[in-house]
Ligand binder design. Structure first.
Ligand SMILES: Nc1ncnc2c1ncn2[C@@H]1O[C@H](COP(=O)(O)OP(=O)(O)OP(=O)(O)O)[C@@H](O)[C@H]1O
Length: 261
């Protein structure tokens, strides 16, 4: 049976990101080694793995700022980096990318103008982004005087200005206290739920895994798993995602060893 749009009702939503045999070489080293995965639209997907496994490189490839990307990588139905995706993809890097000599509100007002948000809508859009990241009370403080966590929330607010369909966040909760981390994860889910956006969020802290609806687990440039936290635990007969990850690492090592001998 088909619905009005001719799509079977049980069809999964289209992937926000689709990678097939994705490879990236940096400085002569293969940093991403044949990745294949889908990030379903509307999910909060965690990209987890140890430091140096390639998370930032993968995110850069998805937002179109990484050189020498081979294989197929589609984002919101178009090749990664396409001009048409510019306003539809938000990206927050690990280092804050705001002007420290401006207030949070001035930064947001500036970036709203750069994004082409009409002048009459700008104040309202800025106020909403400030409220989204719980920074209304610090809106008029110089960003150079904010704490690290407040500063990273200003960067996040900048990414929220354009109401992106895909939000790519590189370790947004690193260095934050537990309350702020929980509040940010709540915010991520609210953005997915209310705006229908897809969020891809990296972390090297496995205890954040349970806050994600889906997980991509990486190790040394390869994908170890692409699943829900529950399915991962069930598949590996473990009780935590951290144990599931270690189980999968041991399996991968055993396979590598078997291939060598
Ligand atoms: N310009 C470069 N030349 C060679 N190797 C590089 C270059 N940039 C990054 N790498 C290597 O690529 C690998 C992946 O780096 P990437 O920054 O993507 O990892 P990551 O998982 O995001 O790490 P972290 O969690 O520490 O931010 C690392 O081993 C890194 O040393």
């Amino acid at each position: 049976m088909m619905n009005n749009s001719g799509v079977p009702p049980s069809a999964p939503p289209p992937a926000a990101v689709q990678a097939r045999d994705l490879r990236v070489v940096r400085g002569g080293r293969t940093v991403l080694d044949g990745l294949a995965f889908d990030v379903p639209a509307g999910t909060v997907t965690g990209l987890l793995g140890p430091s140096g496994c390639g998370k930032s490189t993968l995110m850069r490839a998805i937002v179109g700022t990484q050189a020498k990307v081979a294989g197929r990588l589609d984002v919101l139905g178009a090749p990664a980096g396409s001009a048409a995706l510019r306003s539809r993809v938000g990206y927050v890097t690990q280092s804050p990318s705001v002007y420290l000599d401006l207030t949070a509100r001035q930064n947001l007002d500036y970036f709203a103008a750069v994004l082409g948000i009409p002048r009459r809508d700008r104040a309202g859009t800025v106020d909403r982004a400030l409220a989204d990241v719980d920074l209304t009370s610090h809106a008029d403080a110089l960003t150079g005087n904010l704490s690290g966590g407040q500063l990273s929330r200003v960067s996040l607010a900048v990414a929220l200005l354009g109401t992106p369909d895909l939000l790519v966040l590189d370790e947004p909760t690193v260095g934050l206290d537990p309350v702020l981390r929980r509040d940010l994860w709540d915010l991520f889910h609210r953005i997915a739920r209310e705006r229908g956006a897809t969020l891809l969020i990296s972390s090297h802290v496995m205890d954040e895994a349970d806050r994600c609806s889906r997980l991509l687990l990486m190790r040394a440039g390869r994908l170890l798993a692409d699943d829900t936290p529950d399915a991962l635990r069930a598949r590996t007969a473990t009780t935590s995602v951290e144990d599931a990850f270690l189980h999968l690492v041991d399996d991968a090592r055993a396979q590598e060893e078997a291939a060598r001998t």
